[in-house]
Design a protein around this ligand. Structure first.
Ligand code: INI
Length: 181
């Protein structure tokens, strides 16, 4: 039996981040802790590209487009949808989650769902807080784990990413696969 699982060593990996401006007092915290999570695990700042969008509703299209460039090992989506007095919350949160899931399948690249959906502002704040739930940092870890496990599955050998998964220019097996097709 072969066990395949991702690692948290992100050296040489590249990440795109889509972050929404709506509820910026929450999403800015998600973004900073996500970037910190990536760099803590070996990603260099030049290998992180951040795109800001108006709200969570706009995240899926940009995530799919970023992933489709094949320049990233994973894309991370960050947003905060907070329930109000109308059904608006349900439409935005449902579309963001459905769209992000679909984007990953369409682009064939890991896309991480780091969008908070909460009933109250207080719940959102505590989830974004790096010293509490740290959802931004968790999104970073999930992205690294998915990027490395996809490399392994696609590379087909070993139970950890092997050095020959990385080409001369730092391109991973996934981008090599794209060049070959
Ligand atoms: N966008 C969010 O990211 N969070 C919210 O809580 C939110 N609420 O509550 O309205 C929200 N709305 C904006 C939406 O995402 C779009 O940007 C807008 O509808 C334009 O398409």
């Amino acid at each position: 039996m072969k066990l395949r699982k991702g690692t948290h060593n992100a050296t040489g990996l590249k990440f795109g981040i889509v972050v929404s401006k709506f509820n910026k007092f929450v999403t800015s915290k998600l973004l900073s802790s996500c970037v910190e999570g990536l760099t803590k695990h070996g990603v260099v700042p030049e290998d992180i590209e951040v795109v800001r969008v108006p709200g969570a509703f706009e995240i899926p299209l940009v995530a799919k487009t970023l992933a489709g460039t094949q320049r990233f090992d994973a894309v991370i989506c960050l947003g905060a949808v907070i329930r109000g007095d109308t059904p608006h919350f349900d439409y935005i949160s449902a579309e963001a989650s459905r769209g992000i899931g679909q984007a990953a399948l369409d682009a064939d690249v890991p896309i991480i769902f780091g969008v908070l959906t909460t009933d109250t502002v207080a719940q959102a704040i505590v989830r974004a807080e790096p010293t509490k739930f740290n959802r931004g940092g968790e999104a970073a870890k999930s992205a690294i784990e998915m990027a490395t496990v996809m490399q392994m599955i696609r590379g087909g050998e070993g139970t950890t990413p092997s050095k020959d998964n990385v080409g001369k220019n730092g391109a991973t097996r996934r981008s090599a696969r794209k060049r070959a097709s």
